[in-house]
Design a protein around this ligand. Structure first.
Ligand code: SF4
Length: 74
């Protein structure tokens, strides 16, 4: 299964990933940055596996992130 990595520290909270893949992303009310739903922190990065049917939406999220901090690992 593909994985997503989110370098959350550099998130600017633009909401683009939430618009592209709302089942996998939300904005934190605590700090205004996005949360990769279901992820676990590994060092500085948040990582989770995704289903194949989530891949296309999350590839769009990665492509459109203005600070390029969403990586798809296939
Ligand atoms: S698109 Fe990038 S900068 Fe914008 S909220 Fe999502 S992770 Fe953060």
């Amino acid at each position: 299964m593909p994985k997503i990595a989110h370098y959350r520290e550099k998130c600017i909270g633009c909401n683009s990933c939430v618009e592209q893949a709302p089942d996998r992303w939300k904005i934190s009310e605590a700090d205004g940055k996005s949360i990769l739903i279901g992820s676990k922190k590994k060092g500085e990065v948040f990582v989770t596996e995704i289903r194949m049917d989530e891949l296309e939406a999350n590839e769009r999220a990665a492509r459109d992130c203005p600070v390029r901090i969403i990586k798809i690992l296939k």
